[in-house]
Design a protein around this ligand. Structure first.
Ligand SMILES: Nc1ncnc2c1ncn2[C@@H]1O[C@H](COP(=O)(O)OP(=O)(O)OP(=O)(O)O)[C@@H](O)[C@H]1O
Length: 332
């Protein structure tokens, strides 16, 4: 039976209560809506997303085996790469094919799997640069003093406040290159937040972060959501996904193959069943660059070849494997 304390509490409607557990399902209040987004590299179809909606004010986890297209999708949506086809909106404004700094002005920013902190600049200057939008052509302008002057004091003040928030203020004058991997992740989040974004896309924010900083990063991600921001993040660690995600989108072979709440991940979708395999209760292991190692690497390789085999045999991933499964099948 349920906990008597919780049974006394009224049920507050949650944003995902009535959302279908289907790839591309409609959300009650989507901040991001994307259609027919495709990108090929040579012969490889890296992304082929028919429809995606991201619910406002929630944390959406994006998972999938290596090479599923998660980073490429982030790059396309945030203007760091050009889609072959597709259109998408942020807050109803068309942002498809805009360069990254213009996407940032529309309220959507991203961080990188391998952090792009400028190692020869101070920690403070890295954060101040965030105020101009994203790294790229705008950065050169920002480095020229006359473009700074008008807002410099205000920007510096906000940058310090951001460093305090991420407990990097004592390192403000150090070169970014001297920070640890985890501190760079924090720095990158601080920089991304300087544009006051409404939606933050985090590419593997935990990769290369030591356990002490992991909890702190998780806490930061939850507080962004609690402040009303929308967070979309790529993550391989299923414990992290279960801990922080309100909703999970699963990609494989460039497409979205499943969506649902994290609690239904391991028993709802046969696709995710194949993705998680039988090893999912073991802790996953990654090296400092976020690449799987040891048993995790073997498991990922196994999962990838299963998916490839299914696809090459003309199988339908969304239908799930025909093989006997110890997990409950749910055909919603
Ligand atoms: N610049 C590129 N040139 C050629 N192929 C690319 C390029 N970027 C990505 N790809 C290919 O596109 C596919 C999707 O890659 P992507 O990095 O988006 O996957 P991912 O899901 O982010 O993987 P991971 O979890 O390993 O980061 C892969 O087959 C990859 O090799």
């Amino acid at each position: 039976m349920s906990d008597p304390n919780s049974s006394a509490a009224p049920h507050h409607p949650q944003p995902f209560d009535d959302v279908d557990r289907n790839p591309g399902s409609s959300k009650p209040d989507p901040i991001l809506i994307a259609d027919n987004v495709t990108r090929t590299f040579g012969g490889v179809q890296a992304v082929n997303v028919a429809h995606l909606e991201i619910q406002r004010g929630c944390i959406t986890g994006l998972i999938g085996p290596n090479g599923a297209g998660k980073t490429t999708l982030f790059n396309l949506l945030t203007g760091f790469d050009k889609a072959d086809t597709g259109s998408w909106t942020v807050n109803g404004a068309a942002t498809s094919q805009l360069p990254a700094y213009k996407v940032a002005r529309q309220g959507m920013v991203r961080t990188f799997q391998l952090t792009k902190a400028l190692s020869k600049l101070t920690v403070l200057d890295n954060v101040r640069l965030g105020a101009t939008g994203q790294t790229g052509e705008r950065m050169l302008g920002a480095l020229m003093p006359w473009t700074w002057r008008r807002q410099e004091a205000e920007i510096t003040e906000r940058a310090y406040a951001m460093l305090e928030r991420f407990k990097l203020d004592t390192k403000a004058d150090d070169l970014a290159g001297s920070l640890s991997g985890g501190q760079r992740k924090l720095l990158e989040m601080a920089r991304a937040l300087m544009t006051n974004p409404e939606i933050v896309m985090l590419d593997e924010p935990m990769a290369g972060v030591n356990p002490a900083l992991t909890q702190s990063l998780l806490g930061h991600i939850k507080s962004l959501r609690d402040e009303g921001m929308t967070v979309v993040f790529v993550e391989h660690d299923m414990d992290v996904i279960r801990d922080v995600s309100d909703w999970v989108v699963v990609m494989a072979q460039g497409s979205i193959i499943a969506e649902g709440p994290p609690s239904e991940l391991s028993n709802n979708s046969a696709v995710v069943d194949a993705y998680l395999g039988s090893h999912h209760d073991k802790p996953l292991e990654f090296d400092d660059d976020g690449n799987p190692v040891g048993e995790t690497a073997e498991m990922v390789a196994e999962m990838e070849s299963e998916l490839v085999e299914t696809l090459e045999a003309g199988g339908d991933l969304s239908a799930g494997p025909e093989s006997t499964s110890t997990h409950r099948r749910d055909d919603r």
